[in-house]
Design a protein around this ligand. Structure first.
Ligand code: OFO
Length: 170
């Protein structure tokens, strides 16, 4: 049976992952409105990933005999100044999520829940990827500046991303 404090902390994280999904879906809408279908498609894949992150926590709480409590998801920001701005915010957000996962590990250690600590290692690894990907796209956007031709090519490239449910792989 999962420790109450751990259960509450994971329930909060389920909400945080749903918020991440919502944020990236809002970014997808922003890019759709901006006529950048590749960026929009990339964000929709990101949205799908976040849903699986949330669901992995959801399933885990039940596996450990706990109870999932779903709470209201905060409305995300709806618009950004540019693709560069959106990816600055993406990286900032992922760094924040990494700090949340670190807090969960702290809680697992505090309540001596070694099983949850082990479970959370998947998320720690995932956050390394999440930050690296956002940082890489941000670096490209900084190089391109506002060059319309280059943005067009990057849009095409980002549109190639396909959703893979990594929670089923590792
Ligand atoms: Fe769930 O990794 Fe992004 O937020």
């Amino acid at each position: 049976m999962i420790h109450k404090k751990m259960e509450e902390a994971i329930n909060k994280q389920i909400n945080a992952e749903m918020y991440s999904a919502y944020l990236y879906l809002a970014m997808a809408a922003y890019f759709e409105a901006n006529d950048q279908p590749g960026f929009a498609s990339w964000m929709k894949v990101q949205y799908q990933e976040e849903l699986t992150h949330s669901l992995k926590f959801f399933n885990y709480v039940h596996e450990r005999g706990g109870k999932v409590v779903l709470t209201a998801i905060e409305a995300p920001q709806q618009t950004w100044d540019s693709p560069l701005h959106a990816f600055e915010e993406t990286l900032k957000h992922e760094e924040y999520v990494t700090s949340l996962i670190n807090d969960l590990v702290d809680t697992a250690i505090e309540v001596r829940d070694h099983t949850t600590n082990s479970f959370l290692q998947w998320y720690l690894d995932e956050q390394v990827e999440e930050e690296a990907t956002a940082s890489n796209i941000l670096a490209q956007l900084k190089m391109l500046r506002e060059s319309k031709d280059s943005l067009y090519l990057l849009d095409k490239e980002l549109g190639l991303r396909v959703f893979v449910d990594a929670t089923q792989e590792k």
